[in-house]
Design a protein. Structure first.
Length: 188
């Protein structure tokens, strides 16, 4: 199996960085959920906080790396306008090519009714995905600032969990739409 440089970047963006984010999210959520009075000892708090700082930090970094590589590396290849105004470069194609970018391919409807994948899927994906690193970073900063004081403040712990889940939902929407769009009109 051989990947082009564009396919390699798509794999790094979606599978590598996206997976790191999801793994860090799981660890951060489990660590934060179990950070309750009566469940941790004084020694356990120190150990658990180190893991929370590391997990939340890794999650925020992975979220930013995923969105940045998607926005400034992978997305411009999707968005190229090379097929012409009437999408003549896409005529008769089964997949995007050197004469028809993924965006042009979707808008041309050459393989069925694919225009909505661009108008709904890609336009929505490119905006909602940015909520993931913003919420992940906000949650990370709250964990850094409050640290062990989160144990006694259930409302604050709940707030951080809500931000964390919001970040996850934004990442899931962006990732799922990206995977579906890449299935219909791959970047190659």
């Amino acid at each position: 199996m051989e990947l082009t440089s564009r396919e390699t970047w798509a794999v790094i963006h979606g599978l590598v960085l996206g997976t790191l984010y999801l793994l860090a999210f799981g660890g951060a959520l489990a660590g934060l959920w179990s950070l309750r009075p009566g469940l941790v000892t004084t020694a356990g708090i120190k150990e658990r906080m180190k893991r929370l700082y590391l997990g939340f930090g890794a999650m925020a970094v992975a979220a930013w790396a995923t969105v940045i590589t998607g926005t400034w590396i992978v997305y411009p290849w999707y968005r190229e306008k090379i097929a012409g105004k009437d999408f003549a470069g896409c005529t008769g194609l089964e997949l995007p090519s050197a004469t028809c970018s993924p965006r042009d391919f979707l808008l041309s409807n050459v393989s069925g009714d694919t225009e909505e994948w661009h108008h709904y899927g890609m336009e929505w994906k490119e905006h909602v995905a940015w909520a993931a690193p913003l919420l992940a970073t906000s949650a990370f900063l709250l964990v850094l600032y409050y640290g062990p004081r989160l144990i006694a403040r259930k409302w604050l712990r709940t707030t951080v969990i809500v931000m964390l889940v919001g970040s996850f939902l934004a990442a899931v929407v962006g990732g799922a739409l990206g995977a579906f769009i890449n299935k219909v009109a791959p970047i190659s």
